[in-house]
Design a protein around this ligand. Sequence first.
Ligand code: B1M
Length: 210
Amino acid sequence: MSKVQKIADTVIAGKAKLMDGLVKDALESGEDPVEILNGMIDAMGIVGEKFKNNEIFVPEMLVAARAMKKGVEVLRPHLASGAAGANGKFIIGTVAGDLHDIGKNLVAMMIESAGFEVIDLGVDVPPEKFVEAVKENEGVKIVGLSALLTTTMPALKTAVETLNAQDFRSSIKVMVGGAPITPEFAEEIGADAYTADAASAAEKAKELVA
Ligand code: B1M
């Protein structure tokens, strides 16, 4: 079994304690950090499928998420680099009612490597908190919102509409993403950009401030 496969299986099994050793070992033997990350992302997809099919339940999803987070922590220095803050400030958060943060954290990491100073508001972020954060931080260029549940898509809409109603709106860009979000939905709710994954989010962010 390949080292990446072993890491993916360990995420699915939720064995967070093994992740540090396995990821370091894979890196030392020359595995590409992006391949390791993609292996873990695919593993979370499998976890989601198993959950959908009632083969596993919330606790198993949670331990898999912990294992993935551990792996990302080890990978982080190998993935993130870049002139910190040169492109301005990027506020990010997962919308109200939504606790999923792995994808949002990956987007934050890639955005940081693209030269932005990232202000991460965490999960379950109410619309007003995004607004306050823009007002409190001088030089915010982009606000990024993540939503992982079909049931929190309305919260994403409310958050974007709340931002769109602010005087500062013309001086910032709003980016959205997350598994259930589509480019059409992003346009319909008045966001400036949608991207499907963390790497394209970083590319798009650079484009938006160029
Ligand atoms: Co949840 N969950 N979950 N969950 N969970 C999903 C999302 C689900 C698809 C599983 C399934 O049924 N197959 C399903 C949603 C179904 C739907 O909406 N129709 C689901 C459900 C139902 C739930 C609960 C309701 C379960 C329950 O309690 N009965 C509950 C809700 C809690 C809440 O939020 N209020 C719940 C809870 C949880 C845990 C807490 C246990 C855990 C999250 C832990 C954590 O994040 N700290 C969890 C997990 C782990 C998942 C799955 C298995 C994995 C999510 C993940 O981390 N993926 C997920 C199944 C799946 O995704 N296939 C599932 C890996 C990550 C790298 O991908 O987050 O998509 P993703 O991010 C990507 C892109 O989407 C994009 O880039 C990222 C990186 O490439 N992206 C952006 C994300 N944000 C972006 C922002 C951008 C641009 C791109 O610009 C700003």
